[in-house]
Design a binder for this molecule. Sequence first.
Ligand SMILES: Cc1cc2nc3c(=O)[nH]c(=O)nc-3n(C[C@H](O)[C@H](O)[C@H](O)COP(=O)(O)O)c2cc1C
Length: 184
Amino acid sequence: MRSFLFLTASTREPGHVGNTETLARAAAEALPADTPQQWIALAQCQLPAFVDLRHTAGSYPPPEGDAATLLDATLAATDIVFVSPVYWFSVPSPLKAYLDQWSAWMRVPGVDFKTHMGKKRLWVIATSGDRAKAQPMFDSYKLCADFLGMQWMGALWGKGGAPNAVLADTAALAVAHTFLTAPV
Ligand SMILES: Cc1cc2nc3c(=O)[nH]c(=O)nc-3n(C[C@H](O)[C@H](O)[C@H](O)COP(=O)(O)O)c2cc1C
């Protein structure tokens, strides 16, 4: 049984749906009705500042609060979808903060994070002004997937801008309708 975790990374104010989520919602509509979907807005999560304990304590205590919620949601999903606008040709800070937590979760005794992640798929849905200049961000995400042995499922890109601008990108919307239902 597959289950999808959508991690949205736009920093628009609560209640203002961005282009990336609009594109992702269009993609998610194609999933079978009985496929569980969980959506988490990373910018609304309170994550602790990441501290690199790799070469001192060497391990981390179990996360608490929103970090624990995110770890549980991450472990529960078979498919993780980064719903990621491009910020400064790179990964937006809410998603970067979440990714840094992976380094901690890999070192929480008893979690075996890397083994679990190696059985999951990673998808990316993105918007920005220019597809070619989104490539470094896509490359970063693929390298993250590779590092944990996740199956890289590729990126869906649409042209963003002001909210709903992506609705004019009919090519992206057409691809969205089959993106997440690709054979795995
Ligand atoms: C802080 C910030 C940095 C951005 N940097 C880029 C960029 O490097 N390249 C680009 O094409 N668009 C950039 N944009 C534009 C966004 O990628 C674009 O508007 C996107 O559709 C926003 O996603 P959203 O509507 O889901 O919030 C940036 C926007 C913000 C707020």
